[in-house]
Design a protein around this ligand. Structure first.
Ligand SMILES: [Zn+2]
Length: 436
């Protein structure tokens, strides 16, 4: 086992004491400690034994980090920064453009609270009484089968979420320590999160830089391949227990996909970091959509991930916020073909729209996003109306669309709008349609 620490140093020491002590003798700035985390070791949790009031004074909830505030939210964001894509829309931290665009092949899985500090491979963050010179925190890294991180209580830990001007920033230090957990050593790039010391509060460590990204990809988990890495663009449908939710994204396998949830049944103990998992899910619409029934128990607010079939480090998507029962205006469940011949007649069906509401079917050449009557849609502007009508009392309807002869090969995107008559606009998941 190796234990790697992050130190707080005065500026005068940065280039004298710190550098000769910690620099690896390599041509590159980043360094690794050897090994990588297994695909079943993606979870991370926190045991909240932090005593500082400053670690528990951010009580403002944020849609990107559902279910958690205070030092828990700060720890979660520190891990999400290493993800392959933005976590949700990346918002929630005013000090960087987006949390999670680390562009690595590694996606941590947040599994909330733990009930104790755990063993050295239980993947838990916690506070530790006492001090060790200038050491802020350290990571114990048995590596492939897990890790443990301790934060010395002699420091005053702050939960953010904005700039922290005194004490030590949990999010930034967690981001550094979690970098050790996934196999990085210390970098001699002073701008890197994995630099061995900080000056100030550690807010600067929140956002990983190009050297950190390079270390993760070149040194441990392999190059990031956008054409194979699964990703989540949107979550629609119902997130209420028993409802049907739809994940829209890319690079899913035809069969054997899994969805991971923050688990309320499995994380009570010190060795229970595993996700709550729904297995054997098929994808549809050109391997871009996965539908699933929201479990009626066993899950809690947090993030969801898609793990596509097969094995390997690049099988797990980044996380996407999942708040149980929260998605209302994005509720319509649209189904239809992914391809069509020219000419042909194709049919789209939908459910979960407001009862007796007015609907419009739109299409666009892009999924760049636009706002229609105050509601964000996946379709880009310009978009065009294909048909309109009225939903039945259950909020369902269908439409048949004639694809005329002579249409060239093209891919368009379709999305349904429904207005409830009381001023609220609802939308569906977007579907792609390729004319052959
Ligand atoms: Zn370190």
């Amino acid at each position: 086992m190796k234990a790697l620490s992050l130190r707080l140093l005065g500026g005068a020491f940065l280039f004298t004491a710190a550098v000769p002590l910690f620099l690896p003798e390599t041509a590159t700035a980043w360094a690794t400690i050897g090994g990588s985390l297994n695909l079943n070791q993606r979870d991370f949790r926190i045991f909240d034994n932090f005593s500082d009031s400053q670690s528990h004074n951010n009580t403002t909830e944020h849609a990107n980090w559902p279910g958690y505030t205070e030092i828990e939210m700060a720890c979660w964001k520190g891990g999400a920064e290493w993800g392959s894509r933005l976590f949700g829309d990346g918002s929630g931290d005013s000090t960087q453009a987006g949390v999670g665009d680390g562009k690595a092949n590694f996606n941590f899985f947040w599994n909330g609270e733990a009930s104790g500090i755990g063993g050295t491979n239980d993947n838990i963050n916690s506070a530790l009484g006492g001090s060790s010179g200038g050491v802020l925190a350290y990571t114990e890294t048995p590596i492939s089968d897990g890790w443990r991180i301790r934060y010395y209580e002699v420091w005053t830990w702050h939960d953010g979420p904005n700039t922290v001007t005194n004490g030590i920033d949990m999010q930034g230090v967690a981001c550094h320590e979690l970098g050790h957990a996934l196999g990085l050593g210390h970098s001699n790039d002073i701008g890197a999160t994995m630099y061995p010391s900080i000056t100030g509060t550690g807010v600067g460590q929140r956002s990983i830089n190009a050297d950190d990204q390079a270390g993760l990809q070149q040194g441990i988990y392999g190059a990031r391949d956008d054409s194979t890495l699964p990703r989540i663009a949107d979550l629609s449908g119902s997130t209420a227990p028993g409802g049907t939710a739809v994940i829209t994204g890319a690079n899913y396998t035809l069969t054997a996909n899994r969805v991971w949830f923050n688990s309320t049944t499995l994380d009570g103990g010190q060795t229970g970091g595993e996700p709550y998992e729904i297995t054997n899910l098929d994808s549809t619409n050109g391997q871009t959509q996965i539908s699933f029934t929201v479990p009626s128990s066993g899950i809690e607010d947090g993030g969801i991930h898609v793990r596509k079939g097969g094995s390997g480090h690049d099988r797990l998507s980044e996380g996407h916020p999942f708040a149980i029962g929260s998605v209302d205006v994005d509720s319509i469940l649209l189904t239809g073909p992914a391809t069509a011949n020219s000419p042909s007649l194709i049919t789209y069906n939908w459910t979960q729209a407001p009862p007796d509401s007015t609907w419009w079917m739109y299409y666009s050449k892009t999924l760049n996003g636009t706002t229609i009557n105050g509601q964000p849609f996946d379709l880009g502007d310009p978009y065009f109306e294909l048909a309109s009508g009225t939903n039945d009392a259950t909020g369902s309807d269908s439409v048949s669309v004639f694809v005329p002869p002579g249409v060239p090969s093209i891919t368009v995107y379709l999305e349904l709008r429904a207005d409830d008559g009381q001023g609220t606009t609802f939308d569906s998941n977007a579907l792609s349609l390729t004319i052959q």
